[in-house]
Design a binder for this molecule. Sequence first.
Ligand code: ADP
Ligand code: MG
Ligand code: ZN
Length: 425
Amino acid sequence: MAVVKVSLIDALREHFGFDSFKGNQEIIIKSILSGKDTFVIMPTGGGKSLCYQLPALMSPGCALIVSPLIALMKNQVDLVRSYSSKDNVAHFLNSTLSKAQIKKVRTDLLSGKTKMLYVAPETLTKQENLDFFRELEISFIAVDEAHCISEWGHDFRPEYRRLKEMIEMINGDLPIIALTATATPKVQSDIVKNLALRNPEVFLSSFNRPNLYYEIRPKRKKDQTIREIVKFIHQHKGKSGIIYTLNRKTTEELADMLVANNIKAVAYHAGLDATTRAQRQDMFLHEEVEVIVATIAFGMGIDKPDVRFVIHYNIPKSLENYYQETGRAGRDGLEGICVCFYSYKDVQKLEHLMRDKPLSEREMGAQLINETVAYAESSACRRKVILHYFGEKYEDGQCNGACDNCRNPKEKIEVKNRVVIVLKA
Ligand code: ADP
Ligand code: MG
Ligand code: ZN
């Protein structure tokens, strides 16, 4: 890779108009520019994209960026283009492009004007693309959302497993940059192993989100829970929030109940057609509705900075999921309230969903569920439990009352009929 002539901060100003780096960005960028394999673990919203975008702009050739979702790719490319006056600085290559569009992308790539090419893993399975990339000057490969490689992650995608093999077919010497917001040690080692990272520089940021308040509420009868939710939303009138539920039907039911209670709400799930989904997502982003009631189909890549609450109507299937889903609150650094309703019945529902899966998957799933149950039933600081789960040191007292257990210490939690009854100290 070429010698860097301008200072990084000047390059940051020139290309993005920002005055300073966030968190570890600068040392990460230095590592990438030095041509080392680099592993970046940084929470959502931490600024991972810039870690590869700036080096891509500063290096000769074009960076290949692997991204799991077609919708995300387009957003990213639009964003990069908005910073630059040249539209051909970034492109994406996936199944949505017409023949003519593909031709244009290739022409720009060959002309050397394109510094970033976003690709889906599927793009790399096509031999003609691999042949084309082999002829191209490539600066490095960035694998975004690298946790998709691991079954222990919250969004496993089998195509990610073949990435290393395909990268080798392009050029085995290319530096690889893996990026993820998933910090569990199991997922990390899967990523390093599957991408065969060579003595990588690892940058692990803190996962603490000091502005999020975590709370578990015992879930009682359905209408009682809904009343509780309605009351909560009325107390946060005009604020944006997400409610996660386990299944599609519940999103519709709950959204209807909220609407009946004068709350502007819509449901969102993978059973809706793409147009409806896009419409409802926009309604939420543009604040035509206050609340979106969704399955986990909603959220990846959504960047609404002022989501003020995330309610889990059902307990999520892993603590990792919980962290990611609650992480959509308070992206702007201001208040974010995360309430999770917990009942053992919902745990059984999760177990039931796995009934037809192979044994190994059921075992893996059961372990993840057990960790979530332990979190819900714990009387320890929620933040401490979450951060420990990610292998991060966290002391009592650092939470500063930003969870239910710190705010109202409990002597013990008694489980009756597997429904948690909370005894106040
Ligand atoms: P991640 O991929 O880690 O979730 P993004 O790359 O999407 O995060 O960045 C989150 C937000 O932070 C974006 O709006 C981005 O423009 C902003 N951002 C990134 N780096 C900086 C910086 N150095 N200064 C100011 N804003 C930044
Ligand atoms: Mg990102
Ligand atoms: Zn706490």
